[in-house]
Design a protein around this ligand. Structure first.
Ligand code: PHE
Length: 355
């Protein structure tokens, strides 16, 4: 954590212990150059406090890049709520309500929303006190609703662009795609891939998640520990982060990595490892930017659903741009996407920005 805090270039780190549950709320506001810090609230248990803070710091920095490349008037932030194991539903609801009070106290410096472990419905509880600083409330509550399908559409569009870059055609018909995590993003992604004629392989630590999206079809299942060694054209990490690491990268048997999970690279060195293996990596903050494009497009910029969908599909152009820039300049795709974000955060770009 120490090392991460020392290299973190963020603005504000708030840590609050939730007395009634013992949960720790870690809220990191990374950069507010383009607007209030925005990023979802991730709720899960962590091995220790250190891991929770480290996750919040890294995720908040990722949101700065993501919101900038998505073209949103939003900065980067994230909340990690580290919960004790076996937290009951009532305690959880109370915790979400108290988190809403914290959001309210920040008075608009931070906008929250769902992330891993929280849902659009949970935001109703957060919004009791946290309104109007809560994104992605259910449509019945005037929000943009679940962003999972939009995130999946963005990942799908990113895959098409990456496939076109590497193999010359955006068509995914007959292309073998391994989706790791059949949840809120992975599930709708599987649907899209099947509709496009792809050959889909699925893996999930939770068998119930797979059966939910299985819908009677016979999708080949891959055991979690066999994910890295399974041959596929596109590998889509759609569960938790850190899956691209020292031990998995040498075993990967794919041409492209493009998925919905945040923080897919365990460390910056893992980008070099992917590059050395000749694997095309679509940076996670770009592949999964469909979620925030949808949420903020509809709720902040007032886009229609059709317009928001068009913009999410449009992420494909940025993917192409990043892959070409990386190739042309001999830099990593991660460096290329950061450069794109930096350009949007630069004084010159801001001077020319509308409003
Ligand atoms: N948690 C999602 C993400 O990482 C969606 C989200 C974005 C939620 C911005 C709130 C604010 O992109």
């Amino acid at each position: 954590m120490d090392a991460h805090l020392r290299t973190w270039e963020g603005e504000e780190l708030i840590v609050r212990r939730d007395e009634p549950t013992g949960a720790m709320i870690v809220l990191a506001i990374h950069d507010t150059t383009l607007g209030p810090g925005a990023g979802g609230a991730r709720m899960k248990s962590y091995p220790d406090f250190d891991a929770a803070v480290t996750d919040a710091l890294r995720l908040s920095a990722g949101m700065t890049v993501k919101n900038a490349i998505a073209g949103m008037p939003l900065g980067g932030a994230k909340t990690v709520i580290a919960i004790p194991d076996g937290l009951g539903a009532e305690d959880r609801a109370g915790l979400l309500r108290r988190f809403g009070r914290l959001v309210r106290q920040l008075g608009g410096r931070y906008y929250t929303g769902p992330d891993v472990g929280t849902t659009s419905d949970d935001m109703v509880l957060v919004a009791e006190a946290g309104r109007p600083y809560v994104f992605a409330l259910p449509e019945t509550h005037g929000g943009a609703g679940n962003s999972g399908p939009a995130t999946a559409l963005g990942v799908f569009s990113a895959m098409q662009a990456a496939h076109a870059h590497v193999f010359g055609t955006p068509s995914l018909a007959g292309v073998r795609v391994l989706v790791q995590g059949a949840g809120n993003v992975g599930g709708p992604l599987i649907e899209r891939l099947l509709a496009a004629g792809a050959e889909v392989l699925v893996s999930d630590v939770d068998p119930a998640a797979i059966s939910r999206w299985h819908l009677g079809r016979d999708l080949p299942l891959v055991r979690p520990e066999e994910v890295p060694g399974t041959p596929c054209t596109i590998y889509a990490p759609c569960a938790l982060g850190g899956v691209l690491n020292e031990s998995t990268i040498p075993r990967l048997r794919c041409a492209i990595v493009a998925g919905g999970a945040n923080n897919q690279l365990a460390t910056p060195a893992d980008m070099d490892r992917l590059q050395a293996r000749g694997i095309t990596y679509v940076p996670d903050v770009l592949a999964n930017a469909g979620g925030v494009t949808w949420i903020a497009g509809v709720e902040v910029l007032g886009w229609s659903v059709e317009e928001a969908e068009r913009r999410v599909r449009g992420l494909a152009e940025q993917v192409t741009d990043v892959l070409r820039t990386a190739e042309r300049e001999g830099i990593s795709t991660d460096a290329a996407v950061r450069r794109l974000a930096r350009a949007k955060l630069s004084p010159a770009a801001l001077a020319g920005a509308p409003g």
